[in-house]
Design a protein around this ligand. Structure first.
Ligand code: G3H
Ligand code: 13P
Ligand code: ZN
Length: 317
C-alpha cells in the first residue's frame, strides 16, 4: 500500500527512522520489498533523476507498482530523490509520488527558499510533501581545519529560518555525511552536537540524513578480492549510530551506495567463481536474496523493523 510520506513520518518521529532506498531495476525492487516484508518495516522507495533516465520513467514506476502487487501487505511511500524544480513538477503532476525532494542547496539561502517555496505550493495543492536541503553535504576531510568543517554543516539558526520561510515538510541536513563510498577518514563520524542543535531549533520537525550508507569493510574486501578496485580506506556511517540520530529527530535515512556494493559483490564473486556461466538470472536470484537480507538488517538498525502493524493501524484508522 502506498501511503503519504507525512503519514510515515508522523509514526516514526523520535521512535525510529524510515529507510529510504534508491532503486534502479527489477532485482533491487524485489529485494527491497522482500526484505521489508520479512522485517515488517515501513519504508520509502526513492527514485533519482538518474534512475528515471536509466530505466525510463514508465518502467521504473511500473516496477514499483508490480512490486506493490507482489507484496500487498507492505506499506511504503514513493519519493523523488534530489529533484530539480522541473522534475519535481513532473512528479507532482504524475500523481504517483508521495513526496518530492527539491535540492536547491547549491543556491544561496534566499534563492533556495524561493525555489523550495514554489515547489511546496505546487506539491501541497496535491497533498504531496516536500523535502528540501540546506547546508553542504560534502566529505569532511581531515585536511580541512575545524572552522571550515563546521561551516559546511547546516547552521541551526538558518535551518529554523529556512523551514519557516520555505514551508518545507522535512529537511535534509549536513551533519557530517556525504554521498558515495568515501565519507570519513580516521575516527570521524556523525556530528551529534550539530543534529542536537538543529533539533532544539526545530523540535518535532523531521530531519533527513543523506549519505547514510555504512560501506561495510567486509563488502569492500570481498569486492576487491573478486577483482574490484575500490580504495580500501572507504568508510561510511556506523549503523549503530542510527538509534542516537533517531532520538535527535532524524526520521528518514537515505541509503543507496550500500545496495550498489551488494550488487557489485554478488556479481563479481559469481562470475569469478563460475566463469563459464552466462545466464544472468543465476546471479540475479542470489542478488535478490542478498539484497533482501541487507534491507532487513538495515531495518533492524533503523529500529523500523516490526513497526508495520502500528503504521497499518494508524493509516487505516
Ligand atoms: O544521492 C544520490 C543517490 O545516490 C542517487 O544516485 O543520481 O546516481 O541515481 P544517482
Ligand atoms: P549513500 O551514497 O550514502 O548511499 O547516500 C544515498 C543518498 O543520500 C541518496 O539521496
Ligand atoms: Zn542524497
Amino acid at each position: 500500500m502506498i501511503v503519504t510520506t507525512a503519514q510515515l513520518f508522523e509514526q516514526a518521529y523520535g521512535n525510529y527512522a524510515v529507510g529510504a532506498y534508491n532503486i534502479n531495476n527489477m532485482e533491487q525492487a524485489i529485494g527491497l520489498f522482500e526484505g521489508n516484508a520479512r522485517a515488517e518495516a515501513p519504508f520509502i522507495v526513492q527514485i533519482s533523476k538518474g534512475s528515471r533516465k536509466y530505466a525510463g520513467v514508465t518502467m521504473i514506476e511500473a516496477i514499483i507498482r508490480a512490486a506493490e502487487g507482489m507484496y500487498p501487505d507492505n506499506i511504503f511511500a514513493v519519493h523523488l530523490d534530489h529533484g530539480d524544480e522541473k522534475t519535481c513538477y513532473d512528479c507532482i503532476e504524475s500523481g504517483f509520488y508521495s513526496s518530492v525532494m527539491i535540492d536547491a542547496s547549491h543556491e544561496e539561502i534566499d534563492a533556495n527558499v524561493a525555489i523550495t517555496r514554489r515547489v511546496v505550493e505546487s506539491a501541497h495543492d496535491r497533498g504531496i510533501s516536500v523535502e528540501a536541503e540546506l547546508g553542504m553535504l560534502g566529505g569532511v576531510e581531515e585536511d580541512i581545519d575545524v572552522d571550515e568543517k563546521h561551516a559546511m554543516l547546516t547552521d541551526p539558526d538558518e535551518a529554523d529560518q529556512f523551514v519557516r520561510e520555505s514551508g518545507c515538510d522535512s529537511l535534509a541536513v549536513a551533519i557530517g555525511t556525504s554521498h558515495g563510498a568515501y565519507k570519513f577518514s580516521g575516527g570521524q563520524g556523525l556530528h551529534f552536537d550539530r543534529i542536537e542543535a538543529i533539533q532544539k531549533r526545530l523540535p518535532g520537525f523531521p530531519l533527513v540524513m543523506h549519505g547514510s550508507s555504512s560501506v561495510p569493510q567486509t563488502e569492500v574486501k570481498r569486492i576487491n578480492a573478486a577483482g574490484g578496485g575500490l580504495d580500501p580506506s572507504a568508510r561510511g556511517v556506523d549503523v549503530n549510530e542510527f538509534a542516537q540520530a533517531v532520538q535527535l529527530g532524524v526520521t528518514k535515512v537515505n541509503i543507496d551506495t550500500d545496495g550498489r556494493l551488494v550488487w557489485t559483490r554478488v556479481h563479481r564473486e559469481f562470475f569469478r567463481d563460475q566463469p563459464e556461466v552466462f545466464d544472468f538470472r543465476k546471479p540475479g536470484v542470489i542478488l535478490v536474496e542478498e539484497y533482501a537480507q541487507f534491507i532487513a538488517f538495515k531495518s533492524a538498525k533503523l529500529l523500523s523493523a516490526g513497526q508495520l502493524e502500528n503504521v497499518r493501524v494508524a493509516v487505516t484508522a
